[in-house]
Design a protein around this ligand. Structure first.
Ligand code: ADP
Ligand code: MG
Length: 365
């Protein structure tokens, strides 16, 4: 009891500035005891669904302090209800979410983010390395400088203009490569990709906020991909980048064959620029491109191959006009295993979630 009292004091000190419920405090206490973090600082970000805090680990051996970020999902909110569409139909969550239990849902979101981060990290896509998950509390690598300042969101990044070329263009090309790699190697679609969920430092983009990301066989994955492509294009167009048509990007990301690593990805994107119809600079080609983008954005996207075959039969259109031609190509080839090592992290072996419900009662009396 004495020791527990001391631990509680320690946890209170380490998290004293924060308004946290008792459950969350006890989870943080355990993390402190296990040497995951030593101290939790103020909020880096407060959102509708989660808050992100800065934290520090002072290594036992007196080594340099290590910065960490802790994302704490909020319980008892309605926001998660409209996120349900992301979970429904995804095989990792077949049993569905018990809607009557918010705490359950929040835990599932945290777990989804943790697993998805693991996939990205094992596929060497720049993102925060996931470190520990406990219930609705996720500890990850801190993306920021040594003084503890988080890297800016892409939206807020100051990109210096040096040469004559628009510096945003190479970031755009980099991001298309990341989206392709995410799809092909991780079998994921981000599903909330925008300048708000990408951090920037030193010419490198970091993908964050992947709790809503879906498997590429999720019924709405291709719809979400199309939305991500539009959001990314809108942002870079505002930055003056000559962007590629949405359909061209969609085909590049979902193509069965083709590169999945740099520098080949960037080269493939440059090739897309060279071969696009509007590359000749004619007004007709540019107008046709615009029309086709509008068609693409409103086009029906089938959710599975059965639907593809039905449409094929009915419409008898040449397959290369179809938004889902890559689904057919995928069918012909042998189904790839979700990208080597990326798949292995799938079952969340290090998801530390065993004694969660009881963790509070060990300490309070
Ligand atoms: P939300 O669901 O609230 O959008 P995010 O995962 O997007 O949560 O994180 C919110 C903000 O917190 C980000 O925009 C970023 O500024 C900051 N952030 C998130 N993760 C990290 C991290 N690992 N390192 C540094 N800052 C982070
Ligand atoms: Mg976000």
């Amino acid at each position: 009891k004495g020791e527990q009292g001391r631990d509680k004091d320690k946890a209170d000190r380490a998290t004293s500035e924060l308004v946290l419920d008792q459950r969350t405090r006890m989870i943080l206490l355990k993390m402190i005891q296990r040497g995951v973090v030593s101290e939790v600082h103020g909020a880096i970000s407060t959102g509708k669904e989660a808050n992100v805090y800065g934290a520090v680990l002072e290594p036992e051996d007196g080594g340099r302090p290590i910065q960490r970020a802790i994302k704490i999902y909020k319980t008892a909110i309605l926001v998660f209800k409209d996120r349900e569409r992301y979970v429904t139909g995804e095989h990792r969550f077949k049993k569905g979410v018990n809607k009557s239990n918010n705490r359950d849902m929040v835990k599932q979101w945290a777990e989804k983010e943790f697993r998805n981060l693991k996939r990205l990290h094992s596929a060497a896509i720049a993102c925060p390395e996931p470190i520990m998950l406990k219930s609705h509390v996720l500890v990850m690598e801190f993306l920021g400088d040594k003084r503890g300042y988080a890297y800016p969101r892409l939206r807020d990044a100051n990109i210096s203009e040096e040469g004559t070329e628009n510096p945003w263009r190479s970031l755009y090309v980099q991001l298309l490569g990341i989206m392709r790699r995410l799809y092909k190697v991780c079998s994921l679609v981000h599903a909330d990709l925008s300048e708000y969920n990408i951090l920037y430092n030193d010419n490198q983009l970091y993908v964050i906020d992947v709790s809503q990301s879906v498997e590429h066989d999720h019924p709405r994955a291709l719809e979400f991909l199309r939305m991500d492509i539009k959001n990314v294009g809108d942002f870079f167009r505002r930055k003056g980048v000559d962007t590629l048509p949405d359909r061209t990007i969609f085909d590049f990301i979902t193509a069965h064959d083709g590169p999945v690593a740099e520098p080949e990805l960037a080269q493939a994107v440059e090739h897309l620029y060279e071969t696009r119809p509007a590359a000749d600079g004619s007004a007709e080609a540019a107008a046709a491109e615009e029309v086709d983008t509008e068609v693409f954005r409103n086009q029906y996207i089938p959710q599975n191959l059965n639907q593809v075959y039905d449409i094929e039969k009915d419409a008898e259109r040449p397959t290369d006009e179809l938004v889902y031609k890559n689904m057919l190509a995928e069918k012909v080839a042998t189904k790839p295993e979700a990208g080597g090592s990326a798949g292995e992290s799938e079952d969340g072996a290090s998801v530390d979630d065993t004694d969660d419900e009881e963790s509070g009662s060990e300490v309070d009396e």
